[in-house]
Unconditional design. Sequence first.
Length: 431
Amino acid sequence: MNKVIKLYDVLLFILFFIILFFMKNIFSVFLFIPLFILIFFISKDIEIKRFSLFIFIFSFIIRLFSILYLKVSITDDFKTMYVASKSLLRGDFSFLNTFYFKTFSYQLGHVLYQTFFLNIINSVTFLKLINVLISSLIVLFIYLISRNLFNEKIARIVSLTYTFYLYPIYLDSVLTNQHLPALIVLIVIYLLIKKEINYKLVIIIGILLGIANIFRTESIIIIMGIIIYFICNNTSYKNTFIKICLLLVSYFIFNLGINGIIYLSLGTTLSNNAPSWKFYCGLNYKYNGIYNTEDQDIYFNSKNKDKLVLDRVKEENIKLPVLFLKKEVILCSQTNYDLRINNKINPDIYKFLLYFNQGCLNLIIILFIISLFPKNKYNNKLLLIKIIIGLYYFIYMFIEISPRYSYILHILIMLIIGISIDKILKIKQVD
């Protein structure tokens, strides 16, 4: 098994090393390096008591300022879900009969979530404030997990670096459905690397991922990653088999129960009635696997949707390797495809902010690639995170992508860069 794990590490390194040659504005990294050096020395030399409280409050203040200052229109799916939440709040269920919710009724989970908070304070700013709270907790858990994986200094550098990554801050204002699932995934990872993995914990993790699945259907990727992780750390076939069964049973029973409650209340379930759509769109070479209205019109007006996907694979099979590479480059190393800020910002300042944001991401990716170098010391606690990253890489080769879909992926990448930071700290100690 150790040989398989080492081979996987090499493969993961090669896949992301190739991306390095296609990264956008690679020299923008030099724009973020001065701030990174400042973060480095603050984390290393300045004593901050109760850093966990500090990083949460600091992140909260930055994100609070962003939602109060940024004028961001709620668009696309998020606008549809927000309008539906407002309708549900009024007792109007007509949105359930629209094409969107008949086709993608799994989005109803986020609608119910937003309606719950709008029932407390009927304000879009309140929803954004909830996002600020959750995304600040995400930064906190990045710190807690990194501290467990490495040490205090590295955890401070990692969490502070992510605090200044602008794209997740922007997403607080968009009303995306990614924040809470991302936080739950981090809680699951924290429990798996911090606690003894017994049957009770496995059941709790299954339920937590069931909750995350209400908001986004990415939980199955985490489930798959955990199962592979259990197999890789197998000490008893019986014990491993029971853990896998408990994980799956608790996850699916919870989802079944939630769907039952929603069906009895609203007459529908959290289901996907166009399962091949994301594959059809994701395999479009012309649009790099990104959503486009051309594919939408063809797919949803077709009577044989599955055949469309098979035809696309046959037509573009020669182009698929190039398409896969282009998609992974966009997914892993680009963020500004869908930024829509309505503030009257000086064009040069706006360009600078985008360049700064790209520089931060580029540095994170570079540190991540260095951390994946096969000669690095093996750390079993990092294996779970690496497995999930690999699964994200593989699955998104085939389905629709968008830079914002990398939200959880970038968080997982942040948890790995501690290896590179550790090397930098050791070089400094030698000097």
